[in-house]
Design a protein around this ligand. Sequence first.
Ligand SMILES: [Zn+2]
Length: 292
Amino acid sequence: MPELPEVETVRLGLQRQTQDFLIARVEVLRNRAIAAPPDPALFCLALEGCRIEQWGRRGKYLLAVLRHPDGQPAGIWGVHLRMTGQFLWIAAPEGAGSGPAVAPDPGQHTRVRIWEQNGAELRFIDTRSFAQMWFVPPGRAVDSVITGLARLGPEPFDPGFSTPYLQGKLQGSRRPIKSALLDQSLVAGIGNIYADESLFAAGILPQTVSGRLGSQRLERLRGAVVEILQTSIGAGGTSFSDFRDLTGTNGNYGGQAWVYRRGGLPCRRCGIPLMRDRLAGRSTHWCPGCQT
Ligand SMILES: [Zn+2]
């Protein structure tokens, strides 16, 4: 499942590829992909004729700012990739005339197709079909339409994600720190991969009761989360799972994983075989030598 670094990698790709993209035509091939408005035809109508001004990100949500050609605000286009959603950039066909090209068979997992006037296509593919898109009209609060946004905690790179913040939130908590890190209302964007990697980097066992972590260990954990996420963004996301960027390739972080999916293999730091078990319903990896 894409986590913050993968979604950020997609955002950077979209920002690069669709700068000043003027949406000429939108086609929804699977209605379930559109969460709002309820009628997908209205989603198409809302986006058609708009220019993509820029792509932002909040947690694992991608948020495109739309403008009318006259510069007036045209609302927000929100996307959540969930398990397997991915954008694919398809350049305009050679010698394309004016008007969107009628492209051949898009493949069975294509959910939404967005064309620019010159025939270039931004294609949205989703094998598991859990991904969602929203259109938020101008003037509406974004989190009144994309309600999941209202529940998100601070971004890991925000000053609000501080050691005192973690201390306050985790005080008296009985749940394992791994579960807390996966909770999007504590901090936005962390999933299974980066929770395991951050806990290894901080030297903390995933099963540790959250409320027992003192400020020094929480500061180590906060620093580890930020550093691991930044490293992975620099690597273009992970090289495993179904993640793909706009060109259909995945990232380079996998080669650097310390514990994730390395159960039974020797720890890269101390050589002891790494452990793997289920915790809070998720496969969890750790080193019994390096993490206490
Ligand atoms: Zn170790």
